[in-house]
Design a protein around this ligand. Structure first.
Ligand SMILES: *Cc1c(COP(=O)(O)O)cnc(C)c1O
Length: 228
């Protein structure tokens, strides 16, 4: 088993290689370390190795860790499904949310964002794989949602997020990533929004996502090991 520091170094190397292969500059791509289900001690170890942004999916798992690591200025990202009864804790304890797909949740997060904190950074999740079980707004409803989110004072719309069906062929996954990049350009051109983030790519597909323009990869397994 590599140490967390070694695993982080390997992931950074993969990111850099994928960026260079795509004619991109490696620092354009940020690494979010997905620490869901992993203990605070492992997060602290990754922090010591230079990692500052961590992603969590489950509030009941995340909140005790956020408390335990309150001595570190960690940047916490909520990447799980959003539910109405969870928005208050998300608005209070996180700097980013990646799975926004309903205006109702956006309004609650904006209203509940403490005034002492900067606006909550948001990515709207888009469902491009057509899986009914998956979160995400369909592409044809994206512009309306993005324009509405962009008006909310407690939120700062940063970009878009997607997850291809991991069981689909790689070419289909690449098409989903390119589709998200196209939607970002459309929103910038047609709706006049300025979006600096494309949150796409995980342990198994970060090269494909970076080739398509990802600016933030969310990596869990390849940093912290397999989850139970
Ligand atoms: C778990 C998770 C990840 C990380 O997946 P790995 O395959 O472990 O890298 C990324 N994004 C989301 C939304 C997740 O739920």
């Amino acid at each position: 088993m590599p140490t967390i520091a070694q695993a982080l170094e390997d992931v950074h190397r993969r990111i850099a290689q994928a960026a260079l292969a795509a004619g991109r500059n490696p620092p354009e791509i940020e690494l979010l370390a997905v620490s869901k289900t992993k203990p605070a001690t492992m997060i602290r170890e990754a922090w010591s190795a230079g990692q500052q942004a961590f992603g969590e999916n489950y509030l009941q798992d995340a909140l005790p860790k956020i408390q335990a690591l309150a001595d570190l200025p960690v940047e916490w990202h909520y990447i799980g499904r959003i539910q109405s009864n969870k928005t208050r804790d998300i608005a209070r304890h996180f700097a980013w949310v990646h799975g926004l797909d309903r205006l109702k949740h956006a309004r609650r997060l904006s209203d509940q964002r403490p005034e002492a904190l900067p606006p909550l950074n948001c990515c709207i999740q888009v469902n491009l794989s057509g899986e009914a079980s998956k979160g995400g707004v369909p592409a044809d409803a994206l512009e309306e949602l993005a324009l509405a989110v962009n008006e909310l004072p407690g939120l700062r719309l940063r970009g878009l997020m997607t997850m291809p069906d991991p069981a689909s062929p790689r070419e289909a996954q690449a098409a989903v990533f390119r589709g998200l990049a196209d939607l970002r350009h459309q929103l910038e051109k047609q709706a006049g929004l300025s979006l600096d983030t494309l949150s796409m790519g995980m342990s198994g597909d970060l090269e494909l996502a970076i080739a398509a323009g990802s600016t933030l990869v969310r990596v869990g397994t390849d940093i912290f090991g397999a989850r139970e």
